[in-house]
Design a protein around this ligand. Sequence first.
Ligand SMILES: [Zn+2]
Length: 91
Amino acid sequence: MNSVACADCAGTGYRGRLAIAEIVRLDSRDPVGEALADTLQAGEPVQRMRAAARELGAVDLHDIAASYVERGVTDAAEVYRVLGNREQVSN
Ligand SMILES: [Zn+2]
């Protein structure tokens, strides 16, 4: 899917907004949260935190965004504009 700019979208090629979010409870009620709390307390790098969450089946923003691209809700260019590369780490 490629976005097409027109009057309906004010020339952006996109219309509307879509919220995606990751919600993790950082305590023992959530196994992903517990693992993240452990890696935080241990001072692990963010890559290790992501790996730990993924091992427990957590779905991150990029996975969610990819599912929207597959369903034609948005396109890869918009996901890249908003989220950047999966490998990009800001801290
Ligand atoms: Zn348009």
